[in-house]
Design a protein around this ligand. Structure first.
Ligand code: COA
Ligand code: AMP
Length: 630
């Protein structure tokens, strides 16, 4: 069937479409209907079903002939480790950990924070929670103690599962000091912490609070799968919004299973048994959906890679992994390819490897720039498929449905709406815009299965952030246009979110950190274009009257504060002191205009600007930082 037939089939009978897709899931009690609109505009899917995620990711494959198939290939060039774990072994490890969690009082609905590096135990931790109906919240290792504390307070976990350390090129990051600091900062106190000791660093455990990973599990009865309702939260994943408080995106269990399973064949074109690799981190949504859940639910072999595209040990590491494990579909962020291109522009490292196994390269997480797409295509000689989605949706909104029908690629576009998504471009007043006209990218409600039904503990915020601007539509926060063939072009964010190396960060949150510096009276953070990371944050600091310390010192302190408060992942390394910020007459800081100046783009002088001369001062300040070139 053609994509257009399938899309139309979904449009004319969404219930029927998703009930059909639901047949691929093993239910404890199958759903009798798909969409639950009783609490509209909050929608749920498969609410009267009973199901277990871990059963679908592990047990059913073990029972149905995949027990000896490799579930996880752990390849860690940063530690020099390689390991294959079969479905049978992954199940054994998971049911043991699930049993230990149960014995220690973790029940269905309890929250568990997972603060762990890219090791198999992290997947065991996620699946163990799913097995007993506990709601996990994985926190990315690049976040500092304060960010962890914010998540502890919002999710109020009974336990934290962690490891002794994470490993970045050139440094070992001890996790326990970060966990100790986070627990000290948080008002909510988790009951216990379970720590996987890595050989690179041994953590000192606190008597009474901390348990060693192995001893914690000793003697525990392996746990069976706990049935949960279709809309039971599988997990909470925090993502950046416009303020310092991250948004807790809830993933509903049944929709998650149905949508991810559907996406593996129809979008990523892999069959059960094929090797699939998403080079991301389990702390991000890509890692949740396509390192852990999607491939396992679908019976694939998933690669868990602990390393970087360059420097671990070289720019050929991706090609080695693809050829060594016969990866069929590979997914990463464009920034990874830019990093490789910078080190190895002629693709010399690739020559050593046979990549004939690879069918397709998928890119997402940030705008895929045409240069990178062309370079990747020429190097790998496979189609490069851009696709667009968000933490909120958990799977593709717009993409190229390769497993249904490969559509012609239009470079610069992530292609077309996936079944389930009715994408509309709206103007500020909420009117539908004609093709090729820039506007807010929205999706007509309801969103499909697997997408977030609301935010954890924050229904008002959910309604205000996503549903209030355009009643009846989900506001994605991205701006763009759609051409006459239905191809979407994602151009920019409409809010304070910036995208640094595929990581979603809030400039609002960064401003809150800078504003805490005792000498800073006022500040702004903008995202400027960067050849490698897509965007980088740059800070502008207006100092309090009478402060006459060297600016370099203050900037250095601000950089350190950002690293200590948000974390190294913020990549906040440049800031400058200025006299005043450009504002409208009503006092709104002109961040978008500042960003245009930084990128050397043409801009329209805002009609309501308070004092246009300030823009010249901004330009000079940016030039001293190496931006705003004429
Ligand atoms: N734990 C602790 N620190 C971490 C971390 C983690 N899990 N992940 C990143 N960091 C640190 C880095 O070490 C770096 O610290 P530094 O300032 O001391 O150098 C900082 O956070 C910024 O990290 P990052 O933006 O990732 O930059 P990088 O220079 O380490 O690597 C790339 C750049 C492009 C190679 C890297 O971002 C990458 O591989 N991206 C792939 C895409 C990806 O994973 N996207 C996720 C969504 S799909
Ligand atoms: P995250 O929630 O971290 O996955 O980030 C989602 C945001 O990243 C989107 O709202 C976009 O701004 C951006 N993004 C993700 N994928 C793409 C893409 N293929 N093209 C353009 N922007 C993208």
């Amino acid at each position: 069937m053609a994509y257009s037939d399938i899309y139309e089939a979904w449009k004319s009978d969404p219930e029927g479409f998703w009930m059909e897709a639901a047949k691929a899931i093993d239910w404890i009690k199958p759903p009798s209907f798909a969409l639950d609109s009783t609490t509209a505009p909050l929608f749920c899917w498969f609410t009267d079903s009973q199901v277990n995620t871990c059963y679908n990711a592990l047990d059913r494959h073990v029972e149905n002939g995949r027990a000896e198939q490799t579930a996880i290939i752990y390849d860690s060039p940063i530690t020099g480790t390689k390991k294959k774990i079969s479905y049978r072994d992954l199940l054994a490890q998971t049911e043991q950990m699930a049993g230990a969690l149960s014995t220690n009082g973790i029940d269905k609905g309890d929250r568990v924070i997972i603060y762990m590096p890219m090791i198999p135990e992290t997947i065991v931790a996620m699946l163990a929670c799913a097995r007993i109906g506990a709601i996990h919240s994985v926190v990315f290792g690049g976040f500092a103690a304060n960010e962890l504390a914010v998540r502890i307070d919002d999710a109020s976990p009974k336990a934290i599962l962690s490891a002794s350390c994470g490993i970045e090129p050139g440094r070992v990051i001890a996790y326990m000091p970060l966990i100790d600091a986070a627990i000290d900062l948080a008002s909510h106190k988790p009951e216990f912490v379970v720590v996987h000791q890595r050989e690179q660093l041994s953590a000192e455990l606190r008597e009474g609070r901390d348990f060693d990973w192995q001893t914690f599990q000793e003697g525990a009865e392996p746990a069976t799968c706990v049935p949960v309702e279709g809309n039971h939260p599988a997990y909470i994943l925090y993502t950046s919004g416009t303020t310092g408080a991250p948004k807790g995106v809830i993933r509903p269990t049944a929709g998650h299973l149905v949508a991810l399973n559907w996406s593996m064949k129809n979008i990523y074109n892999v069959d059960p048994g094929d090797v699939f690799w998403a080079a991301s981190d389990l702390g991000w949504v890509v890692g949740h959906s396509y390192i852990c859940y999607g491939p396992l639910i679908h019976g694939n072999t998933s690669v868990l890679f602990e390393g970087k595209p360059v420097g671990t040990p070289d720019a050929g590491t991706f090609w080695r992994v693809i050829s060594e494990y016969s990866v069929r579909s590979f997914f990463t962020a464009p920034t990874a390819f830019r990093a490789i291109k910078r080190e190895d522009p002629d693709g010399k490292y690739k020559e050593k490897y046979d990549l004939s196994c690879l069918n397709m390269l998928y890119l997402a997480g940030e705008r895929a720039d045409p240069d990178t797409i062309h370079w990747a295509q020429n190097l790998l000689n496979v189609p490069v498929i851009d696709h667009w989605w968000q933490t909120e949706t958990g799977w593709t909104i717009a993409g190229n449905p390769i497993g249904i029908e490969p559509l012609p690629v239009k470079i610069g576009s992530p292609s077309v709406a996936m079944p389930g998504y009715d994408i509309q471009i709206l103007d500020e007043a909420g009117n539908l815009l004609p093709p090729n006209t820039l506007g807010a990218i929205t999706v007509r409600l309801p969103l499909p299965p697997g997408t977030f039904p609301t935010l954890w503990n924050a229904e008002e915020r959910f309604l205000k952030s996503y549903l209030s601007t355009f009643p009846g539509y989900y506001e994605t926060g991205d701006a763009g246009l759609m051409d006459e063939d239905g191809y979407l072009y994602v151009m920019a964010r409409t809010d304070d979110v910036i995208n640094v190396a595929g990581h979603r960060l809030s400039t609002g949150a960064m401003e809150e950190v800078l504003a805490d510096h005792p000498d800073v009276a006022e500040c702004a953070v903008i995202g400027v274009s960067d050849m490698l990371k897509g965007q980088l944050p740059v800070g502008f600091l207006c100092l309090s009257k009478g402060v006459n310390r060297p600016h370099r010192e203050i900037v250095g302190e601000c950089v350190n504060m950002m690293r200590d408060t948000i974390g190294p992942v913020a990549a906040f390394k440049s800031a400058t002191v200025i006299e005043r910020l450009p504002k409208t007459r009503s006092g709104k800081i002109l961040r978008a205009t500042m960003a245009k100046i930084a990128d050397g783009e043409a801009f329209k002088m805002p009609a309501t600007i308070d004092d246009p001369v300030i823009l010249d001062e901004i330009k000079i300040a940016l030039q001293t930082l190496g931006y705003a070139k004429d």
